[in-house]
Design a protein around this ligand. Structure first.
Ligand code: NIG
Ligand code: FE
Length: 447
């Protein structure tokens, strides 16, 4: 089916061809077309252009259809020799709005049982995140809650959160397990993600995070849990084809760099790339082990030394590509911990990405618009840099940059509309407001 999208006052995030990634200071540039159109064929972008490319008669025929309210017009539309004489079966007027690629959230934990508001209140009163975790709360609290829940309940709740994310402009999502911590519960979480994948029109990628925390019953024999992950969980996950990547929480009080390396090596033997949690609580070798294992990303990075930045920079020339540094400012905001030094990472020429880390413990935020704003105000990223970090570079963190994250022929027709003027700067400026009006995934409006 051929559809023509018109009524686009500005089209942000345009690329010459599929697969754009922005490294270092190139992140400051965002290409924009004014008075644009997008030709979509079977859910993919076929061609992009501007009104003044078209003959005058076609321009005025299309102009007659453009109003300030978005609407669809079904029919048969041929515009002389324009559009190679093709017949469109639908015109979609986007309401003369600013349009950009759907956001890509490369790091979430949206399958969970309940919020952890009791810990939220304890932390407000002075308790620390690590102290709560060490006392059996935190991730273990979420695991206890999840283990008592049914598949159907978890699916319903996760779907609700996924829809919050989409309403805020996200059209591609990575989702992790990691609140199961037993073979059966980890598999159940991954099956919930598989069910979301099956019905969501956009791309969802799933990550096995059995190595999220050591269950209490493994206290003093943590090695046994690492072996359970490698010998039992991972083969079961692979057997059911439930994961696209493997994650490890490599940090102080959690998994060591050495344990992380063994888990990533085992994952590689099944062809599964790593995407790890590193340096949220301290500098513990997470970046080094990620780069050594060609992980696709290392996420968090609230603590970062020069050596870590040099490691990331070294990875840019690695076979299979770099380990993308992913900052999660929602976590820094919510826990009151440092923000990742993304300025230094950009200076080192890296393709920095940003994600929500949407989870019940450290970052209960569904909105990449909020993350965009935090990155500007707290990490001193320019609005354009942070935009690239939630679109094309976030896609790169999932190795999906040829499918999503920019507007170019061959890419999925995922885009969002906003009536906010000069949206690239004003979305992060007017923080806290949802600026998104319509969301299109593979060329269809998502309701
Ligand atoms: O990315 N840091 C590890 N995992 C999650 C949070 C886990 C939790 O507190 O539930 C994160 O912050
Ligand atoms: Fe996380």
């Amino acid at each position: 089916m051929h559809k023509l999208f018109i009524g686009i006052s500005k089209l942000w995030g345009v690329a010459e061809s599929a697969g754009m990634v922005k490294y270092g200071l190139a992140m400051q540039a965002v290409d924009c077309l004014e008075h644009a159109w997008i030709w979509v064929h079977n859910g993919s972008i076929y061609k992009v252009g501007i009104m003044s490319d078209l003959s005058e008669s076609t321009q005025s025929a299309l102009q007659n259809r453009i109003t300030s309210t978005a609407h669809d017009i079904a029919g048969k539309f041929v515009f002389n020799d324009d559009f190679q004489g093709f017949e469109f079966s639908m015109l979609v007027c986007l309401g003369n709005k600013e349009v950009m690629p759907g956001f890509v959230d490369s790091h979430t934990h949206i399958v969970f049982a309940e919020p952890r508001t009791e810990e939220f209140k304890l932390r407000i009163q002075g308790a620390g995140y690590e102290a709560i975790a060490a006392a059996g709360g935190g991730i273990l609290n979420s695991a206890r809650k999840l283990q008592g829940m049914s598949f159907d309940f978890l699916l319903t709740e996760a779907k609700k959160r996924l829809h919050w994310m989409v309403a805020h402009g996200t059209t591609t999502v990575e989702i992790k397990s990691g609140y199961g911590l037993t073979v059966e519960s980890e598999l159940m979480m991954l099956r919930v993600i598989a069910a979301l994948k099956a019905e969501f029109p956009g791309i969802i990628r799933s990550t096995f995070l059995g190595a999220h925390a050591f269950p209490l019953e493994y206290k003093g024999r943590e090695e046994d849990y690492v072996q359970l992950i490698i010998d039992t969980m991972l083969p079961a996950v692979v057997q059911e084809n439930l994961a696209d990547h493997v994650d490890v929480f490599c940090d102080r009080g959690f998994f060591s760099a050495e344990q992380t390396g063994r888990i990533l090596t085992a994952a590689k033997s099944y062809g599964l790339p790593g995407k790890i949690h590193a340096n949220e609580l301290g500098i513990t070798g997470g970046v080094q082990v990620a780069v050594a294992n060609n992980a696709w990303s290392a996420d968090h990075l609230e603590y970062l030394g020069e050596q870590e930045i040099a490691e990331f920079a070294k990875s840019v020339s690695a076979e299979g590509g770099e380990t993308v540094p992913v900052a999660l400012p929602g976590c820094s905001y919510f826990l009151g911990i440092p923000y990742a030094n993304t300025r230094a990472l950009i200076k080192a020429g890296l393709p920095v990405a940003l994600a929500t880390d949407f989870n019940p413990g450290s970052s209960p935020v569904c909105s990449l618009q909020m993350v965009w704003s935090l990155a500007c105000t707290q990490q001193k990223m320019l609005p354009s840099e942070a935009f690239n970090a939630i679109t094309c570079n976030a896609a790169r963190a999932l190795r999906l940059e040829k499918n999503v994250g920019s507007i170019a022929p061959g890419m999925d027709a995922n885009f969002i509309t906003t009536s906010t003027l000069n949206a690239l700067d004003t979305i992060p400026y007017f923080f806290g407001k949802n600026h998104i009006e319509d969301v299109f995934i593979r060329g269809n409006r998502f309701n």
